[in-house]
Design a protein around this ligand. Structure first.
Ligand code: ATP
Length: 242
C-alpha cells in the first residue's frame, strides 16, 4: 500500500480547473518528483495534500485513510500536520524577528515534546545544514536565498514528518546552492518520504525513485527517472532538456 495515494483529484479556483483528474502514488521511503511547467498545477497538488484547499472531487489517502475528498470530511491543515505531513511551500517564509534556530524550532510545535528537546533537535539540524550554523542564534540576520531555503527545509524536518512536501526548493538559487539543497534531499531520504515539486527536471529526477509530469492539470507521464530521460520525444516536449 502506498503511503500517499491520490485518485482522480479535481481542484478548481472559481472557474479555473487547476487539477483535472490527477492520480499518483508515493510509496514509503521513496522520493517522488512532480515535474511540470509554470501553472501546470504542481503547487495546487501539494496544497490539496496539506489541506490548504479542498478538492471538488477525487480523494487523497494517507496511510490508507482518506484525508480529503467529497465523501470525506476533509481534514484541516493542522490535523494533516499531526498525521505526519509537513509542507515546505514555495517562497521560504521565515520570521525575521526570530533567530534562525527559533525559526527552525517552530517546525516542531505540532509535536508533544518539550522545548529543551526541540532545542537539541534544532542544534542537530545544523549538522545537516552547516551553512546556516553561524546564524543560529543571531538576531537581525541576513540570509541568502539558498540559506533561507535551508531554514525552510530544516523547519519542515523538525515536524518529524512521515511525508515531506517540498515545493520548488531550487527556485531562484544559484546552481551550486541548488546542488547543496539536493544533496540534503538525498540525505534525508533515508528517514523521510518526499514528494518534491520541481521545474528543474534534471535535478528533480536526479534524486527521485519515480517521476510524474503534470501538464495543465493532468498527469501525462509517469515512470522511473531513466525512463523519463531516455525518451527523446518526452524530453523535448515535457522536460525542456534542462
Ligand atoms: P508554478 O510553478 O507557477 O507555481 P504550478 O504548476 O505550481 O506553477 P499552480 O500554482 O498549482 O501551478 O497553478 C495551477 C493553475 O491554477 C494555474 O492556472 C494558476 O493560474 C491557477 N491558480 C493557482 N492558484 C490560484 C488561486 N489562488 N486563484 C486562482 N487561480 C489559481
Amino acid at each position: 500500500m502506498a503511503l500517499l495515494q491520490i485518485n482522480d483529484l479535481v481542484v478548481r479556483y472559481g472557474e479555473i480547473e487547476a487539477l483535472r483528474g490527477v492520480s499518483l502514488a508515493v510509496d514509503e521511503g521513496q522520493v517522488v518528483t512532480l515535474l511540470g511547467a509554470n501553472g501546470a498545477g504542481k503547487s495546487t497538488t501539494l496544497r490539496a495534500i496539506s489541506g490548504l484547499i479542498k478538492p471538488a472531487s477525487g480523494e487523497i489517502l494517507f496511510d490508507g485513510k482518506p484525508i480529503s475528498g467529497p465523501n470525506t470530511h476533509t481534514l484541516g491543515p493542522e490535523a494533516i500536520v499531526r498525521l505526519g505531513i509537513s509542507h515546505v511551500p514555495e517562497g521560504r517564509r521565515v520570521f525575521p524577528g526570530l533567530s534562525v534556530k527559533e525559526n527552525i524550532m517552530l517546525g516542531g510545535s505540532n509535536r508533544r515534546v518539550g522545548k529543551a528537546e526541540l532545542s537539541r533537535e534544532a542544534d542537530a539540524m545544523f549538522d545537516l545544514f552547516p551553512d546556516i550554523r553561524a546564524f543560529a542564534n543571531a538576531l537581525g540576520w541576513t540570509l541568502s536565498g539558498g540559506q533561507l531555503q535551508m531554514v525552510a527545509v530544516a523547519r519542515g524536518l523538525m515536524a518529524k514528518p512521515r511525508l515531506l512536501l517540498l515545493d520548488e526548493p531550487s527556485l531562484g538559487l544559484a546552481p551550486v546552492i541548488v546542488q547543496a539543497v539536493f544533496r540534503i534531499i538525498s540525505q534525508i531520504r533515508r528517514d523521510t518520504t518526499v514528494l518534491l515539486v520541481e521545474q528543474n527536471a534534471r535535478m528533480g529526477l536526479s534524486v527521485a525513485d519515480h517521476g510524474y509530469v503534470l501538464e495543465t492539470g493532468r498527469i501525462v507521464l509517469g515512470g522511473k527517472p531513466d525512463e523519463l530521460w531516455g525518451n527523446e520525444a518526452i524530453r523535448a516536449a515535457y522536460l525542456g532538456g534542462h
